[in-house]
Design a protein around this ligand. Structure first.
Ligand SMILES: Cc1ncc(COP(=O)(O)O)c(C=O)c1O
Length: 394
């Protein structure tokens, strides 16, 4: 499928469809007239296999309590094996209504009130909230930014883990919004530090299917031939891959029997939610038949990012467009053109854009914005034009 064919078939108007991104702008940003480049979902209809499977469900017309079928587990296992060379076993899988819910369960089950949990900032803001809202202590270590690319500072990570007696490390892999696809070597280093200090690792791999420029996603389960599995819980979902966030379905992969036993015992009384039949149906259909759609989508995202980077480099050479090895959510450092304190006025009042602000992801990232590339190329162009035009005026 060419890029144009993909856009012709799947690009849709979302305003007026109860979309958080488009229809809650007034509530979230205090202004309705913004071009929505925030929140991580897309302006594209999901793949045909999912739409067909959901239609069949609707035709059947029953939405009673549901269970995951053998075919569901097989589709998930095949996807992980085929795309990520990762063998999984159905007995390892538990379900949640979302990845953030799953992370919250991990925090509640495996740590105590006041325990320290580590995150590497800038990182997806619900990581911060999940720790703080559950009465745990948030320990933040900044990623190091060099030449438009983020890396981990192992010394700082080890120091923070040791000094704070960190019990849980929330890893984001690939990393939103740093755009990194961590290499096996990098993961090995950080997981090894966690092991030495006996910290559990929760690896959020919701962005696993978005990698670019020949980068390979390494599931934490596979690092060092699986040697960290006894301290590891993975969280993932088809929701980012196939644009299904509102169908409320995600999974935890717990390969270690002892961790699983603890989880199963302690989750009772915390998660009483049954499975979402639409979520299960959609995820299975995506894993089974969504590959061609995904590859075409990635082509659109890649071109959008390339446009952003090339134009910004040309017109605003002092701005830093961070590398996007993974995810569809690059960070842009605009501090050379806009004073960090004036960023909201610049973005909302001048450019009339809705973006995710850097400080939402980490306190040292004021002056950065995150832009969503999984959208209409015309909107990316318009956003860039506005940023360039108004930067010149600032
Ligand atoms: C790293 C990461 N984890 C989790 C989520 C949200 O997952 P869910 O909607 O399944 O809670 C997102 C959404 O952007 C994300 O970027």
């Amino acid at each position: 499928m060419t890029k144009q064919e993909f856009l012709n078939r799947y690009l849709v108007e979302r305003k007026g469809t109860d979309s958080l991104k488009w229809d809650a702008l007034g509530e979230r940003f205090g202004q309705d007239d913004l071009l929505a480049m925030w929140v991580a979902d897309m302006e594209f209809k999901t793949c045909d296999s999912i739409t067909e499977a959901l239609k069949r469900r609707v035709e059947h017309g029953v939405y009673g309590y549901s269970c995951a079928s053998d075919a569901y587990y097989q589709a998930y296992a095949d996807w992980m094996e085929r795309r990520h060379h990762c063998e999984t076993d159905r007995s390892w899988i538990r379900f949640a209504s979302g990845c953030v819910a799953a992370i919250t369960y991990v925090i509640q089950v495996f740590t105590q009130l006041g325990d320290a949990c580590l995150i590497l900032t800038p990182v997806y803001y619900p990581f911060h909230n999940a720790v703080k809202d559950n009465g745990r202590r948030l320990v933040e270590v900044d990623l190091e930014a060099r030449d438009g690319r983020f890396t981990m500072n192992y010394e700082a990570i080890e120091k923070a883990i040791a000094e704070n007696h960190v019990k849980l490390f929330l890893l984001c892999s690939p990393h939103n919004p740093a755009g990194r696809v961590w290499s096996e070597e990098e993961l090995n280093q950080v997981l090894d530090i966690c092991r030495r200090y006996n910290a559990l690792v929760c690896s959020d791999e919701i962005h696993q299917d978005f990698t670019f420029g020949g980068k390979t996603f390494t599931p934490a389960l596979m690092v060092g031939d699986g040697k960290y599995r006894d301290r590891l819980i993975t969280v993932n979902s088809a929701s980012k891959t196939f644009n299904l966030a509102s169908l409320l379905h995600a999974q935890l992969i717990i390969s270690d029997e002892r961790l699983r036993a603890t989880y199963d015992r302690e989750i009772r009384g915390r998660n009483q939610t049954e499975l979402s039949i639409m979520g299960l149906t959609a995820a299975q259909a995506g894993y089974e038949g969504g590959e061609e759609w995904l590859e075409a989508l990635k082509g659109v995202i890649r071109d959008n990012y390339q446009y952003l980077k090339t134009e910004m480099n040309k017109k605003l050479p002092e701005a830093v467009v961070y590398s996007m090895e993974g995810t569809y959510l690059p960070l842009v450092d605009l501090r050379a053109y806009v004073k960090p304190g004036g960023m909201k006025a610049f973005i909302q009042r001048k450019c009339r854009l809705a973006v995710d602000y850097g400080e939402w992801f980490g306190k040292n990232f004021r002056g950065f914005i995150r832009l969503n590339m999984a959208t209409d190329p015309a909107l990316v162009r318009e956003a860039v034009v506005r940023i360039v035009r108004h930067s010149a005026e600032s």
